[in-house]
Design a protein around this ligand. Sequence first.
Ligand code: IPM
Ligand code: MN
Length: 325
Amino acid sequence: MTNRIGIIGGDGIGPEVINEGLKVINASGVDVETVDYDLGGTRYENDGTVLPDSVLNEWKDLDALYLGAVGTPNVPPGVIERGLLLKMRFELDLYVNLRPFKFDENNIDFQVVRENTEGPYAGEGGFHRYGTPYEIATQGSINTRHGVERAIRFAFNLAMNRKKHLTMVHKTNVMPYAGDLWERTFNEVATEFKEVSTDYNHCDAACIYMVQSPEQYDVIVTDNLFGDILTDLGGAVSGGIGFASSANLNPDRTGPSMFEPVHGSAPDIAGKGIANPVAAILSGAMMLDFLGENDAADRISKACYEINDGITGTSAIGDAIAQNL
Ligand code: IPM
Ligand code: MN
């Protein structure tokens, strides 16, 4: 069966790394049909389009979405992030952001399950007395039992297929309401997964452990913002952000899931042919895995981890991986 994939190359190095991802997918023998979408900061600068509802509706019939990176320096912060990326995550109900990290040098092999539709990202809040000396800005965090539970449940199921160790990360000491809901939900779901050993870290402490003893982690589950920060750190301690892949999953499969490298559009190196495409290629492997093409996914990720350090250049790295499948 042909998989129909929506491609959003995006801005900066996005299209370059997605090209390599598609090169490798084609070399793996998996049959894909692609549909291109010109979206991101450049498109917005050209005609003001961010994400039309018609496009969103079209996506609902696709098998997956594969995104490079979006964002250009001249567009004010938030326009593309909230209007495109977060809109995709929320509207397509991509409630798990799964980010794996693997690096032999320091025995890193863990995966972060980042809740992807709620928390501070929900955008609750506002201004009062805007622009006056008495201005007030509030920024809330939305935590629903339903949203927290489904992310935690996904993480327990993932741990069952791995080393059966799950760590919840939060700041229950300073965020008593959200923290309490997370903690109670975590403990209740844990009773259904007696084989999984559990742990809890405050987010700041987790930053120390992730640097000093990252081998202690198997699966981590955490809220949207803590997960955002922790996964940049995860990338930094496991070979660099150029290797960090991610899957924005709708595990219920009521629509397409979206796969993207953790890194951004890196306008400073765009067009130079030097961007590392491995994060995008590994994200492509996660996409194939989710689509049931498990053998091709395994071959691609293995080839990514075996790549010779001496090979440099975006397309040379893509070629080497494509030839090693
Ligand atoms: C990420 C990114 C996004 C996020 C931004 C670009 C909105 O940093 O995918 O980690 O904060 O989730
Ligand atoms: Mn981030």
